[in-house]
Design a protein. Sequence first.
Lengths: 145, 264
Amino acid sequence: MDINVPVVLQQLTLQDIPLLRLDLKGQLVRSIPGLPTTDTSTRKLSLHHLANLKAALYWLQDYKPEITAPNIEQVRGYLEAFHHLGEVSAWQIAYELILTPIHIKQPSANATLQSTNQSLPLYQQLEIWGYLQELADLYVLFWAS
Amino acid sequence: MVEEVLAGDGKGGIKFVDPAFGRFLEQVIRASEMPSRVILTSQEQPPLAFQGRYPERTYLQRLSGLSETEAMQLFVEWGVVVAADREEETLLKRIIQAYEGHPLALQVIAGEIQSDTYAGNVQSYWTEFEAEFLAIEEQKRAEEVSSQSDRLRLTCYRPQLQDIVQARIEQVFQRLSSADPLAYRLLLMAASYRRAVEPAAWHRLLDEYPLELTHSAFHSLERRYLIERERYQNLVLYRQHSLIRCVALQQSMETEEEMTPHGY
């Protein structure tokens, strides 16, 4: 029986954090509470891992950009969370992040051409805005993994 | 930020992580025409063989440490008082000399002098580290004799200073880990942030602890000058000095997570 459950970051709670471990591929898993931690298919998090995990949670759950901040600051939380998840090799969650639909109200002279309800995945939105360096950083992290 | 593509060569020097960067930059500094207006900066001198011969394409600015007067003024600002005590003033000046006015080293020393252990007493701080300060002074004297003709050295840090400053920071870390384990834990964890962040982001790192302990750990780091404050628009953000972050990152990777919070 598999006693380790893959982690869904957005649903993590404070109580889950002590249960998190890394499997042999470096992916985050949640162990079942109460079971002895002699399981050799997973290892404990280092302080570095825990810090990156909490930093990712900060950027995803707590960070609130100013409404008037530039576009790149509106998605800063995703970019920083992506970096921290990369540091703990949580690639599946990181991958889901760059597919996050981004909904930005864009003032346009021609409202019929540019709908205010438009939303695109993060990576496409970065490309449209011209934040190519940020986009390249995302790809480099994947490539390095 | 050329440092991004530089790494130690294992023999005390530096090299490009990929030799292609070296070849590319060699061509850039030797090009007869350069319509590009890109400026590359680096705190390390990149290992390029020809840069001295093409002064119009490269520029080297050597940074010296703070003067004795400047450093003494900073100590006052940092709250270290040596009122009417000649002896303490002399000791402080010797510390400034030993660290060649290196602002970060002096800043963490100021933080330590004011910690509970020394309670602002320069004399007792000196007594504790006397052997170390004397060793640095001795090493400097030996080097001055062997390089008297090298005037350039007088205006810049000795290459060894980086190691001495790093050793000092590692010691500060070590003592913090026993004097205030939670502040030490916060220091290591916060190194994961790549940019200056609001206090809430620091507190999040210790969210399994009661808030008052988290606040006290944060203020302990602030009092010890281990974190830097900066303003961004109407926000106050905090980050670590790059050298402190480097040591903290290294130690956080070596520390296995303790699942049970200690200290309360």
